[in-house]
Design a protein around this ligand. Structure first.
Ligand SMILES: [Zn+2]
Length: 268
């Protein structure tokens, strides 16, 4: 633990967004480092003043994510390291159970009540990707692909797909539910920065249900070709495909060819 690492996380401690172990580790540094202790205390005091004087307002999910994005992504170390204090070593199968982020469900639901947009798997996937990058969705398990697969499979009725990914330095899993529909989420870190996020849900629920849904265009493509691919202006690509009785929806900041190649090239 050094001062830079502490500084990068100090907001997260004040906002109580880290698990207990990580928080203690950081606070131990503050105990022995007067400079960081001062920084922590002044930030805590500032927050208390703000909380006592200002009425809290909800902000749209996008605003929240863009703020944490901007604050978390400008450091030098990876977001995994910042949030969990782990130097990821692909050679070691490292099992890590994080405190389940409180209210993952609420993170998936923006403030307004536009049901169709909320239920839209495309926008859920994009928002969740953003939340993963920003650290608002915390992995419940970081381990090998096989461990993540069995962790997620225990809780959902569909076949969870955790393909082995070339160049993957870390794989993580999160379970959640949306309007009572169970969802599995897989996150890969490739190299230092690049992230692939895969949203997974019951195929029948996605195609025919009302609690989560897809635009007709996507449904038609999936029925015809088993795939649906879209590139967005902000460099994000979404690739959806059918995997047994599961709908997989991968999001990454990669070109579609590159992303599809990684997803297809799964078995070794
Ligand atoms: Zn320090």
């Amino acid at each position: 633990m050094n001062c830079n690492e502490f500084k990068e996380c100090v907001c997260e401690i004040v906002d109580k967004r880290l698990n207990e172990e990580r928080t203690n580790e950081l606070l131990q540094h503050a105990d022995i480092c007067p400079h960081c202790k001062y920084e922590f205390q002044s930030m805590q005091a500032t927050k208390n003043i703000i909380l006592s004087k200002i009425k809290r307002q909800s902000v749209p999910a996008e605003v929240y994510y863009s703020i944490i994005n901007a604050t978390l992504n400008n450091g030098s170390s990876s977001w995994f390291k910042k949030l969990f204090g782990i130097n990821l070593n692909p050679a070691i199968a490292f099992v890590f159970i994080a405190v389940v982020a409180v209210g993952i469900y609420s993170l998936f639901v923006p403030q307004n009540k536009g049901m169709t947009e909320e239920a839209n798997i495309i926008s859920q996937s994009l928002k969740n990707y953003q939340a993963v990058i920003g650290g608002a969705i915390k992995p419940q398990l970081i381990s090998t692909e096989d461990d993540v697969h069995s962790f997620l499979s225990k809780d959902v009725s569909f076949d969870v797909n955790v393909p082995k990914m070339k160049g993957c330095s870390s794989c993580a899993g999160v379970l959640s539910s949306f309007s009572g529909v169970k969802l599995a989420h897989v996150v890969y870190q490739l190299g230092d920065k690049r992230i692939i996020y895969i949203y997974q849900a019951d195929l029948d629920e996605a195609m025919n249900g009302t609690r989560i849904s897809l635009p007709d265009e996507a449904k038609d493509e999936l029925k015809k070709t088993n795939w649906y691919i879209r590139e967005f202006a902000d460099n994000k690509t979404i690739v959806m495909w059918r995997y047994n009785n599961t709908l997989c929806s991968a999001v990454s900041e990669m070109k579609k060819d590159e992303l599809v190649a990684l997803l297809i090239d799964k078995e070794n």
